[in-house]
Design a protein around this ligand. Structure first.
Ligand SMILES: NC(=O)c1ccc[n+]([C@@H]2O[C@H](COP(=O)([O-])OP(=O)(O)OC[C@H]3O[C@@H](n4cnc5c(N)ncnc54)[C@H](OP(=O)(O)O)[C@@H]3O)[C@@H](O)[C@H]2O)c1
Length: 190
């Protein structure tokens, strides 16, 4: 059961990932050029201004990420600004940015005890392993999946093979001029 079930005004956990058309979230060599939009323009699609994108990101209160995603984010250049971020890891890490804290332990406790009292709009941003665990535990309220117009052939599978069949509720679809499509789903209701 998610932390916000039965209380729609409570905090919510949104899982956000970008997937290739064939269901991968990372290439084997971890390169990310496939995320750049070099494809053809979809004329009927929308584009968002930098101001709109900034306002959207500003509404996110906290990011949660697995340690491998954290390592990759550090390599690429920290994309989460000064927004609080919680890195889930059992390892000891050197001191990081002020906005980053590390968490080891039960994920339901993380959401219900540590995050829910402090944050409303919580974004789980990967990777596959951590997202799969959040889904298994029923800790996700919303999935926003952005599909990139590219086949990768191989790589790291989105969610790494979810264990149970579950029907989510489609809430919104946005097609962008760069050929990316954003699908939003809410969690199944009991
Ligand atoms: N396309 C996208 O939208 C997107 C988004 C995010 C990431 N990525 C890519 O995905 C890759 C990383 O994903 P990943 O699946 O390999 O790793 P991950 O989910 O980012 O991190 C997994 C790590 O989290 C820690 N962890 C601690 N408790 C856990 C728990 N209960 N369940 C699961 N993990 C727990 C473990 O680290 P310790 O060993 O430290 O304990 C585990 O090895 C990177 O290449 C990244 O760039 C892509």
């Amino acid at each position: 059961m998610s932390s916000s079930e039965g209380n729609r005004k409570g905090p919510s956990v949104t899982l956000h990932m970008v997937s290739s058309l064939d269901g991968f979230i990372a290439k084997k060599d971890n390169s990310v050029s496939w995320l750049d939009s070099a494809g053809s323009v979809y004329e009927a699609g929308v584009s968002i201004s930098e101001e709109e994108a900034a306002a959207f990101v500003k509404a996110i209160d906290c990011y949660v990420l697995g340690s491998r995603t954290y390592e990759h984010a550090l390599e690429l250049g920290w994309p989460y600004g000064d927004t609080p971020a919680v890195v889930v890891s059992s390892r000891k890490w050197p001191p990081a940015r002020n906005s980053v804290e590390f968490y080891s332990g039960d994920l339901k406790t993380l959401v219900d005890v540590k995050l829910a009292p402090r944050y409303r709009n919580i974004w789980l941003v990967g990777g596959a392993m951590l997202c799969r665990r959040f889904l298994e535990l029923g800790l996700v309220d919303e999935i926003i999946l952005t599909i990139a117009p590219v086949l990768l052939g191989e790589g790291l599978r989105l969610f790494g093979g979810s264990p149970t069949e579950e029907r989510w509720n489609l809430k919104n679809v946005v097609a962008y001029r760069n050929g990316f499509v954003e699908l939003s789903y809410s969690a199944p209701t009991a």
